[in-house]
Design a protein around this ligand. Structure first.
Ligand code: PXP
Length: 247
């Protein structure tokens, strides 16, 4: 996404999937993820991220249509590399598309894409999205093999999976943070814009936000959960402030 230039050059993408999770628990229209996206934009979000999963467990096709029609900040569509999702992305032409691995049985996106092992499968998706003017990102583990594969695939952006970092503690967390920093530096050195996301919270975001090459963080579950206590505006603004302080 290329919304307003934030201080320190680090954009915040707010993932609104779990507003839809709550809505879908009762099958009605409330709470509306599009309304949440507009509120997040009003607060401090530079972009909105939404994952249209194959099983439509949270975001629906109608949500994507409404987001495209009503958002004034960029939409980053998270999608699996399937023909169905490609057709949807090409029809709506969001600002960006982040290709993620998707397993029906997982609770959330559990690991990064195997960009190296799935090169032949991914290449036409990266090419066709790119030709349509959509900024393609690959959601990968902070592993040099994956960055090198993203380079060969010609992806302009990678998003580094911070899930492991978020779940570790102590020395192990420090080591994972170094892997993320090294991966961000390797990507940037090779002309790929590095983003990061997954499992980020007020307590763990600062060391990640301090990695100078990172241009964007995508954060969802924690912000939506925190909004129950403080409201979405306050939760997004506090995250923005922590990110700014880290730069
Ligand atoms: N980035 C990607 C590619 C994701 O799949 C997700 C989860 O949907 C996120 C960021 C946000 O993760 P979280 O909801 O844990 O903040």
């Amino acid at each position: 996404m290329s919304g307003r230039p934030p201080s320190g050059g680090l954009r915040l993408g707010v993932n609104i999937d779990h507003v839809a999770t709550i809505r879908n628990a009762r099958g009605g229209e409330h709470p509306d993820p599009v309304k949440a996206a507009l509120a997040a934009a009003e607060a401090a979000a530079d972009g909105i991220t939404a994952h249209l999963r194959e099983d439509r467990r949270h975001i629906t096709d109608c949500d994507i249509e409404q987001l495209m029609a009503r958002l004034v900040i960029p939409l980053n569509l998270e999608m699996a590399a399937t023909e169905e999702m490609l057709e949807i992305a090409l029809r709506h032409r969001p600002h960006a598309a982040c290709i993620v691995p998707e397993k029906r049985e997982e609770r959330t996106t559990e690991g990064g894409l195997d960009a190296a092992g799935q090169y032949d499968h991914l290449a036409p998706f990266v090419a066709r999205l790119g030709e349509a003017g959509i900024r393609v990102s690959l959601f990968v583990e902070p592993d040099p093999r994956q960055i090198e594969a993203a380079m060969r695939l010609g992806a302009p952006v990678i998003e580094l999976h911070t899930g492991r970092y978020a779940h570790l503690a102590g020395e192990a967390r420090e080591a994972e943070l170094r892997r993320i920093a090294d991966a961000a530096a390797l990507a940037a050195k090779n002309g790929i814009e590095p983003h990061a996301g997954h499992g980020l919270t007020f307590d763990n975001v600062v060391p990640v936000a301090a990695i100078p090459q990172l241009a964007e963080l995508n954060i969802g579950h924690f912000l939506i959960g925190e909004a129950i206590f403080t409201g979405l505006d306050a939760s997004v603004r506090r995250m923005r402030a922590l990110m700014d302080e880290a730069r």
